[in-house]
Design a protein around this ligand. Structure first.
Ligand code: FES
Length: 165
């Protein structure tokens, strides 16, 4: 008959981990994890990753010319920013930031007035040049670079700071 108790080692020769060392290690790991969790969004906010630009060499296709009929305005995303593409008889197709320069509301095309309008405080902008017509916005809507190639409208970069400053 074999006595199993007597076959078990009595002296363990490997590294000793005391309860105190284990608790210290767990607290250290917890502190580092917490610090990483706090710092990661701060670093991401301060140094955001470069945004991918449009797939057409820095310009974004926003539709065919026929998608922007005369006397209309359409808000469309360009590089994660809202842009309003307007088409007027006097000015043709133009693109402006759709972020109101007052407090940042998104503007829209007011069909009966034929202007770019802000829904928040009745700011109105001229569709020919983005200038303020009336209301509290302190400055014009900045225009965007755009071009028309083979009947397609491409919008590039803003030509000035967008939104409230
Ligand atoms: S946010 Fe546009 S007028 Fe105030």
């Amino acid at each position: 008959m074999v006595n199993h108790k007597s076959e078990m080692p009595t002296d363990f020769e490997g590294p000793q981990i005391t309860r105190r060392r284990l608790v210290r290690w767990l607290l250290g790991f917890s502190a580092v994890s917490t610090l990483g969790g706090v710092l990661t969004p701060i670093v991401g906010y301060l140094w955001p990753p470069a945004r991918a630009r449009g797939s057409q060499g820095g310009r974004t296709p926003v539709g065919a010319v026929s998608d922007f009929p005369l006397n209309s305005g359409t808000v469309t995303p360009v590089n994660d920013e809202p842009v309003i593409v307007v088409n007027t008889e006097a000015g043709g197709i133009k693109a402006y930031s759709a972020i109101c320069t007052h407090l940042g509301c998104i503007v829209y095309w007011h069909e009966s007035r034929g202007v770019i309008q802000c829904p928040c405080h009745d700011g109105r902008f001229n569709p020919l040049n983005g200038a303020v017509i009336s209301g509290p916005p302190p400055r014009a809507l900045p225009p965007y670079e755009f071009e028309i190639v083979d009947g397609q409208v491409y919008v590039g970069q803003a030509k000035g700071p967008i939104g409230p400053i």
